[in-house]
Design a protein around this ligand. Structure first.
Ligand SMILES: Cc1cc2nc3c(=O)[nH]c(=O)nc-3n(C[C@H](O)[C@H](O)[C@H](O)COP(=O)(O)OP(=O)(O)OC[C@H]3O[C@@H](n4cnc5c(N)ncnc54)[C@H](O)[C@@H]3O)c2cc1C
Length: 335
């Protein structure tokens, strides 16, 4: 049995965890946030909650389709039966797509919590600032609070590329590959309303103006009943307004929300504005994962594969498989 550290408890890291723990390895997971899920986040303010990052899960590959079916059987995901609409120059009209969409239950982070359970240890609120390889045999990790963790036989990093670079001083070629990937921001406004907007569709892909996506969070299975909306700006608009004053961003998104749904404005009960700095890769590496098998090191995430939960999950699988091929060799090394 090897001891393995995973930095990042998003879907890529948790996908790798599942595979590594199933092979009997002892896995410790670190995340700088207080919980798991990464960009599959849930935000809670008082008695309201929203899926603040990823909105739904869909599958293209046979492997992820099978995985989703298994999660559905476990009750970790449920189908979200919606027909999304499109808002474009022609107005507001239903999308012709027939995509099956799933969501984590009772919220997106419900799925990440279930996936985290095989971790031997979960070190939450622990930002790793340094990863060092000692004598070509073991990894040691330092946190921003001055703690040191280790020794680990293998290391898997599943953070966004900008956050992976400082951890890759032992693997400059991998660090240089990370630097090739840019990430796009996304301004996200969460709100609850006193009056339900009954005449509006539950989800809209917005193709013009500041917005990219609108969803009625309480239309998803298992959510609170309170009328809660997620409003995401488009990546282009978010990039152009990345450093705009928060008050201005909030006003523009709120105005665009009511205008897009063709509804009279209401004063929200609760408002929460979040800027995702690293929301989605502008370009993915399409390598699946970055590996340095000589050092028992792998790097993964959506940006190594494709920009979605599925891409991140597949990347985590690939990174874990690469590490697994190195672990039997380690047992043969002289002490
Ligand atoms: C607003 C938004 C909407 C989206 N909508 C969808 C959607 O509807 N469907 C879809 O499929 N995808 C969607 N995506 C994309 C999807 O969320 C991502 O592709 C996926 O979650 C990426 O997972 P990951 O594990 O690669 O990275 P992340 O989820 O970013 O996980 C990385 C983790 O590493 C941690 N971390 C970083 N640095 C450190 C450090 N130094 N020490 C410790 N921990 C660290 C972070 O806290 C984070 O938890 C959306 C993304 C955003 C932001």
């Amino acid at each position: 049995m090897a001891s393995i550290a995973i930095i990042g408890a998003g879907i890529a890291g948790l996908s790798a965890l599942q595979l590594l723990a199933a092979q009997g390895h002892e896995v410790t997971v670190f995340d700088k946030s207080r919980g798991s899920g990464g960009r599959m986040a849930t935000k809670k303010v008082d008695d309201a909650s929203w899926d603040m990052g990823a909105q739904f899960i869909r599958a293209h590959s046979a492997a992820f389709t099978a995985q989703l079916q298994q999660w559905q059987q476990y009750g970790w995901v449920e189908q979200w039966n919606i027909t999304p609409w499109i808002a474009d120059a022609k107005g507001l009209h239903p999308s012709p797509d027939t995509v099956l969409r799933f969501v984590g239950t009772p919220r997106m982070t419900g799925l990440s919590r279930s996936l985290l359970s095989p971790a031997a240890v979960f070190c939450a609120a622990t930002r790793i600032t340094k990863a060092q390889r000692e004598n070509g045999r073991h990894w040691w990790l330092d946190s921003d609070e001055g703690k040191t963790f280790g020794p680990f036989d293998a290391l898997l990093i599943s953070t966004p590329p900008q956050q992976a670079v400082p951890l890759l001083s032992a693997a400059p070629i991998l660090a240089a590959q990370c630097e090739q990937v840019g990430m796009l921001p996304c301004w996200t406004l969460l709100l609850t309303l006193p009056e339900a907007i009954s005449s509006a569709p539950d989800a809209v892909f917005v193709k013009q103006g500041p917005l990219g996506w609108i969803a009625r969070n309480n239309s998803k299975p298992g959510r609170d009943k309170k009328e809660a909306w997620v409003i995401q700006a488009s990546h282009e608009w978010s990039r152009e307004h990345a450093d705009a004053p928060r008050e201005q961003v909030q006003q523009e998104l709120l105005h665009a929300f009511f205008a897009t749904l063709q509804q009279p404005p209401q004063q929200p009960d609760t408002l929460w504005l979040h800027r995702w700095l690293y929301a989605i890769p502008a370009n993915s590496l399409t390598l699946g994962a970055l590996t340095d098998t000589r050092q028992q090191l792998a790097v993964c995430g959506d940006w190594c594969h494709s920009p979605s939960l599925e891409g991140a999950w597949l990347s985590g699988q690939q990174a874990a498989q690469a590490l697994l091929t190195t672990l039997p060799d380690m047992a043969e090394q002289p002490l």
